[in-house]
Design a binder for this molecule. Structure first.
Ligand SMILES: NC(=O)c1ccc[n+]([C@@H]2O[C@H](COP(=O)([O-])OP(=O)(O)OC[C@H]3O[C@@H](n4cnc5c(N)ncnc54)[C@H](OP(=O)(O)O)[C@@H]3O)[C@@H](O)[C@H]2O)c1
Length: 276
């Protein structure tokens, strides 16, 4: 498994996303993902599945230090006192000791960024997490957050796939030595999987469209991806994305496709996104 090294963190380049997985299915799929070879698991307070994800991690029985586990604090809880309480609840719910990475799930312009970054650092100082980072931060805000944070931020988790280039965020991650963790890396299983360019490249390599998409992502420096599935058969498919190489023309055509900038996740509370 490729590892992304970012400001002291070692992030496995493929992780397992758990958004929408609930109850026993969440526990079962997390345990199966770990058995299939995943070493990076992504959850969040907002997914309301931390307890079940934690149970799946414990059921898999792997030594804790072989797994990289991320959770996130929701945007309503970014004031210092609420942040601290939410981080405590997250660790309690997961039941696996400290997490590897604690993220601010979305920025919130109603709460001073300085206060939230201080609270994030305090959670680390209290031993709740080994590393800290952010999600859904456009590049100017990422610059601000990085400047405010005494402990380095190790990643910005953002939507990224061959329908949505992220040049500005990638540039900011590079400036700050951070990883870009691609969420919705399969475009949420939508029509990206049927795009003729991607289907054509896939058949040339004898791979699935999902494997071509994930390969395009994780073959880039500092990019990790966290695909989600509720289908056990797809766990291995989404992990088996390293054994082939797209040629320069294929990469160029996928880069070009991504410049259509089709964003899937754009709630009304989203920040002003980068234009590129
Ligand atoms: N930070 C944030 O704000 C944020 C936002 C969104 C997501 N995330 C994180 O990123 C993770 C992944 O993103 P996502 O859940 O939005 O979507 P995604 O991983 O891009 O897509 C998941 C969808 O793709 C399908 N799929 C998975 N593997 C496939 C394959 N090999 N072939 C065909 N279809 C396949 C799944 O269907 P089946 O289940 O039927 O396989 C599911 O419908 C989330 O689970 C979450 O952990 C973070």
């Amino acid at each position: 498994m490729k590892i992304i090294e970012a400001n002291g963190a070692r992030i496995p380049a493929i992780g397992f996303g758990t958004y929408t997985l609930k109850g026993e299915a969440a526990t079962d799929m997390v345990a199966k993902a770990i058995e299939a070879g995943y070493r990076h698991i992504d959850t969040a307070r907002m997914y309301e599945n931390e307890a079940e994800v934690g149970a799946g991690i414990r059921a898999a029985g792997l030594p804790r230090d072989e797994l990289f586990v991320t959770t996130k604090i929701w945007r309503d809880d970014l004031a210092a006192d609420r942040f601290a309480e939410s981080a405590d609840r997250a660790i309690e719910a997961l039941g696996i000791g400290p997490v590897d990475l604690l993220l601010i799930h979305w920025p919130n312009a109603d709460i001073p960024l300085e206060e939230t970054i201080e609270a994030l650092n305090a959670a680390k100082a209290r031993g709740l997490t080994r590393h800290i980072g952010v999600a859904n931060f456009p590049s100017p805000l990422l610059d601000e957050a990085a400047a405010l944070s005494p402990s380095p931020l190790v990643c910005n988790q953002v939507e990224y796939h061959p329908f949505l280039a992220q040049e500005a965020v990638l540039g900011a991650c590079e400036r700050h030595g951070m990883a870009l963790v691609a969420y919705s890396p399969l475009g949420q299983g939508g029509d990206i999987l049927e795009h003729p360019l991607i289907v054509g490249i896939a058949s040339k390599h004898g791979k699935t469209p999902s494997q071509v998409i994930l390969n395009w992502e994780v073959s880039q420096d500092r990019v990790a991806a966290i695909p989600r599935t509720k289908n056990p058969d797809r766990l291995a498919i989404n992990l088996d994305v390293f054994g082939f190489e797209l040629d320069a023309e294929e990469k160029r055509s996928l880069d070009e496709l991504s410049r259509q900038r089709r964003r899937l996740i754009d709630p009304q509370f989203a920040p002003v996104w980068d234009r590129v």
